[in-house]
Design a protein around this ligand. Structure first.
Ligand code: ADP
Ligand code: MG
Length: 701
């Protein structure tokens, strides 16, 4: 649809719909549209739903003349002077004097001299931080928001909404954009929850709630508006959960495998290592599911390197010794190949050779694989989504395993299960979330957890280094390479369309290759490369033909290069904690000590946040901290496809709302189990739009 006006006569106005692309809005050009996409904003509806993550008002802002050393406070004032000051230790400090109606205070940003370029005399600043003693009182901002010179710079009588922003689109621009279009589009927003629900819970209707979050008269307004949006998220997750449980009770008849202890015992005897206690436990849980008459629907969660593949292999062999085929699907060719390699090795004593099925097989190899799979002999097929393509027909598929399950859309995940007569399903994920939360998020899935790493694994030593230490960090990298090790240098390009960031990574790569690391073998890996090119670079890295891999966040989640011992992460403050944890899981896979270096200057707040990954190697702890700090949205990075996750709600904090949502969901489904009544049409629509799983649970096709 186009907002540029009707065609032909040019008279008919375009149909106004909340599904209109945000790029057609006034004030949004191509660059801004791209920045908006980075924030997950594609349509006008998304823009309206982009809610502030925080608010400030006169009650939360402290007059500067009342600040005492040791206070933690938010202040609001105008810059009256500024400059960059070198310290004895070689650290450069940006300083500014900020004045509000009652007084002034010196503010200092150590290690952030670049702020001198963006903060000018006359700008209004909103600062959160602490007051310390340094030749008198000095304010050390944790967070800096520049409202610019045209702001009236008084906190009196207004609530300031602070929006999540991104590079190329400041918080202020986001706010301006939302406010510019709010009145225009709000009339199109309609309430879709039943009246009784609003009455019982006391939450405001949707249009009202959106007005409250974007333009609150008081902080309490903002809280109530946010509460409504959090409530609906929690409600939907409960609805999906309850429905999935109900369906699984009735329609879960599956294959009853027999525990013959034939192939599985042979594998156990042939393994070059002892299983960890966690692996034994998870394997038992899976065997219990598979030998029951119910269809298995289990999620195997385990930190990177916890050894999920072997557990899956036992499940595959259990299916095979019962005369069934097993299939394991991985998100990339490289991962599929790696699995095939590992399995070929582990299964050699058993005389079983897995069949590899990927898109890049030649026609002949593909035919051979297809014939093999269709044959009567039970096979183990390992591949990419090529496994679910039409030509692939299993004689008897008994088990479908999906590795790195969050990287597949729900259709793809389901498609593999449809390749057989109700095969058992095992999903695997390296993004650990606490068990209590897994129940909320995954609902009907049973969960097994590998909370233990194989013995002898060295924890990755994670450190922060400031910009001034860059040369030393490079020396360290070089020394590791001189010892025969390999290293990753990671840049934060989360979204492939992020041209600015890609340019930065490319530039850094070229400079290093021509300069500091001219004597080393370097390659650049990013999302713009075709998957063949990516796989080619990774294969060479894995084979040891590349010393230093400069990469965006595309490096494969499950890739196993034991010789890689260092990872340097640039702009670590732009990553979620769980993402950093996933990334550093690429190193520490061999016997050598491994390092993850978080490089660059950052705000004290970011330093504090990143402290979590510096101090713990436990993925569950990291995930929990991430959840507390930033909510669900960031946990899975960008790859999450329409999962039941939270943008506004935080189930660890919104305990009461969650309880209310659960009660409402029970009552809702109690009277209309498949949401087929006309009154609940709106709820169905929203469910379908937001959650992939709604499709299978409510047939909202
Ligand atoms: P992930 O859970 O991240 O998928 P993998 O299954 O790839 O982990 O296992 C990582 C590495 O650990 C592999 O090289 C695997 O062979 C090895 N491994 C798995 N289980 C054990 C164990 N119990 N003892 C020693 N090494 C193990
Ligand atoms: Mg894996």
């Amino acid at each position: 649809m186009s907002a540029a006006g009707g065609s032909g006569g040019g008279r008919t106005a375009p149909r106004r719909s909340l599904d209109m692309q945000a790029m057609y809005l006034q004030g949004v050009g191509p660059a801004r549209a791209e920045a908006l996409r980075r924030l997950g904003i594609f349509t006008v509806r998304d823009l309206l739903m982009h809610v502030p993550h925080r608010y400030e008002d006169a009650s939360t802002i402290s007059p500067v003349n009342r600040l005492r050393v040791g206070d933690d406070a938010t202040i609001f004032g105008r810059v009256i002077s500024k400059g960059v000051i070198p310290t004895r230790k070689g650290l450069r400090v940006f300083q500014a004097v900020v004045k509000d109606p009652g007084g002034m205070i010196e503010c200092a940003w150590p290690g952030q001299p670049f702020l001198d370029r963006s903060i000018n005399v006359g700008d209004a600043l909103l600062l959160a931080g602490s007051v310390r003693f340094f030749h008198g009182r000095q304010f050390a901002p944790r967070e800096t928001i520049n409202l610019g010179a045209d702001d009236d710079a008084t906190a009196e009588g207004r609530v300031l909404a602070v929006y999540p922003a991104t590079e190329g689109l400041s918080f202020k621009q986001v706010r301006h954009l939302v406010h510019r279009h709010l009145d225009d589009w709000l009339p199109l927003v309609t309430e879709y929850l039943p009246e009784w629900m609003l009455r019982d819970t006391g939450i405001p209707p949707l249009p009202e709630a959106l007005r409250m979050v974007h333009r609150p008269a008081t902080l309490d307004d903002a809280r109530r508006g946010r509460g409504r949006l959090a409530f609906e998220e929690l409600l939907f997750v409960q609805v999906l959960h309850i429905r999935a449980r109900a369906l699984s009770r009735t329609a879960r008849v599956g294959i009853r495998f027999e525990n013959r202890r034939d192939l599985t015992s042979k594998l156990k005897a042939a393994l070059p290592f002892e299983l960890t206690a966690a692996q034994v436990r998870a394997t038992r849980e899976i065997v219990r599911d598979m030998t029951s008459g119910e269809r298995m629907h289990r999620l195997l969660q385990g930190d990177v390197g916890s050894g999920k593949t072997v557990v899956a292999l036992f499940a595959c062999l259990l299916a095979m010794e019962n005369g069934y085929a097993a299939a394991m699907m991985a998100p990339t060719e490289l991962l599929a190949e790696q699995h095939a390699d590992t399995m070929t090795r582990l299964l050699a004593p058993l005389g079983i050779v897995p069949v590899l099925v990927t898109g890049s097989l030649g026609a002949k190899a593909r035919r051979a694989a297809a014939t093999h799979i269709a044959g009567a002999e039970p096979v183990l097929a390992v591949g990419t989504h090529a496994l679910v393509q039409e030509g692939v027909k299993f004689a008897r598929l008994g088990l479908a395993v999906v590795d790195e399950q969050h990287r597949f859309g729900v259709e793809q995940r389901l498609a593999l299960g449809k390749k057989g007569e109700r095969p058992d399903v095992l999903l695997m994920s390296a993004t650990p979330i606490p068990r209590s939360l897994a129940l909320t998020v995954y609902g009907d899935l049973d969960v097994s957890i590998l909370d233990e790493l194989p013995p002898g694994r060295q924890p990755v030593t994670t450190v922060r280094r400031q910009e001034k230490s860059r040369a030393k960090v490079y020396d360290f990298l070089d020394a590791q390479v001189a010892k025969g090790r390999q290293a990753y240098l990671v840049f934060p390009i989360i979204e492939e369309s992020d041209k600015v960031a890609l340019k930065a990574a490319t530039k850094a790569f070229e400079e290093l290759r021509a300069g500091r690391f001219a004597h080393r073998r370097m390659e650049l890996l990013h999302g713009r490369l075709s998957s063949d090119e990516k796989d080619d670079v990774m294969r060479r890295f894995r084979a040891g033909g590349v010393d230093l891999l400069v990469s965006t966040t595309v490096i494969e989640v499950g890739i196993d290069v034991p010789n890689a011992t260092v990872m340097v992460i640039e702009h670590p403050e732009r990553f979620g904690l769980s993402q950093i944890h996933q990334l550093r899981g690429r190193v520490g896979r061999g016997a050598e000590e491994s390092f993850c270096i978080l490089l660059g200057d950052m705000s004290p707040e970011s330093e504090e946040r990143l402290g979590v990954v510096v101090h713990t190697n436990d993925g569950f702890k990291v995930a929990e901290a991430d959840l507390r700090l930033r909510g669900m949205g960031d946990l899975f990075g960008q790859r999450q496809h329409g999962e039941a996750t939270f943008r506004v709600a935080n189930p660890l904090r919104d305990v009461e709302l969650n309880e209310a949502a659960r009660e409402a969901a029970i009552r809702l489904l109690g009277s209309d189990p498949d949401l087929s009544s006309k009154a609940n049409h709106g709820i169905r629509q929203v469910l379908k739009r937001r959650y992939d799983r709604a499709m299978e649970l409510f047939q909202t096709g």
